[in-house]
Ligand binder design. Structure first.
Ligand code: ADP
Ligand code: MG
Length: 241
């Protein structure tokens, strides 16, 4: 896809995109087991843009997130994040790049069960070598923003599903990434916890200008988010904007 078409009327230039996906294909298997999980997928995400990736189960949403984060490699096409082509980066460079610029929350939240809520949120900052005092200021600010100050010392097993999801989101944004990817963040949440999580994500998007891409089936999420990108059988549906 050409830059102009990709960028629509947002009045931004190509080098400002946080994500640029061009002609992306991901084909699994071959012969009778061949699955075209993604075909000719192209779109861009601007700095601070909040979007949902919607589509039926099996339409390729998780595959696309994995490709943007560099956990899986394209069969064809390219993914650029902050102008770095993800598919050609070595594992070490990619790991550092993710740590500095990307936050992601998978469906399995992967909170570390032996660390408290505070320590889980703090972990990315520890890995980046941020001093303890600065880490604690940042963690307090985030827990406050999520209404979780009183759960700071709780272990993941003592948190409700909604609290765990919010702690996972806070951990993903602790290091102020440019991009947050979340896979089906509300799939296990009731209405009240969904509203809390969506409120938190909107606050973080506005306050910290983090570009976010969330996969969802959930109309309570899509209604709250300005842009929907729709996948149908691995292809971008027309009229996505
Ligand atoms: P969604 O997240 O929208 O439910 P997925 O990205 O998980 O969809 O899957 C898209 C398609 O790719 C599905 O048909 C799925 O079965 C297939 N697929 C996903 N991962 C693999 C894999 N590792 N090997 C083979 N097929 C896969
Ligand atoms: Mg999925």
């Amino acid at each position: 896809m050409e830059g102009r078409k990709c960028l629509g009327n947002r009045g931004i230039t190509a080098d400002m995109n946080v994500v640029t996906v061009e002609g992306l294909d991901r084909i699994y298997g071959s012969g009778r087991t061949r699955v075209e999980a993604l075909m000719e997928v192209s779109f861009c995400l601007a700095p601070g843009e909040l979007s949902v990736l919607v589509g039926a189960s099996g339409s390729g949403k998780t595959t696309l997130l994995n490709m943007i984060a560099g956990f899986d490699h394209p069969t064809g096409g390219t993914v650029r994040v902050l102008d770095q082509e993800i598919g050609v980066m070595g594992e070490t460079a990619l790991a550092l790049f993710r740590r500095q610029h990307l936050g992601f929350v998978f469906q399995a939240l992967n909170l570390i069960p032996t660390l408290s809520a505070t320590e889980n949120v703090e972990l990315p900052l520890t890995l980046l070598g941020i001093p303890r005092s600065a880490r604690r200021v940042r963690v307090c600010e985030l827990l406050e923003c999520a209404g979780l100050r009183d759960r700071a010392a709780a272990m993941p097993g003592e948190l409700s599903g909604g609290e765990q999801q919010r702690i996972a989101a806070l951990r993903a944004v602790a290091a102020r990434p440019k991009l947050l990817l979340m896979d089906e963040p509300t799939s296990c949440l009731d209405s009240s916890n969904t509203a809390d999580l969506v409120g938190l994500l909107l606050d973080l998007n506005q306050g910290e200008k983090i570009c976010m891409l969330l996969t969802t089936h959930d109309q309570r999420v899509t209604r709250a988010v300005p842009r929907s990108i729709r996948l149908v059988d691995g292809r971008i549906a027309d009229g996505q904007d």
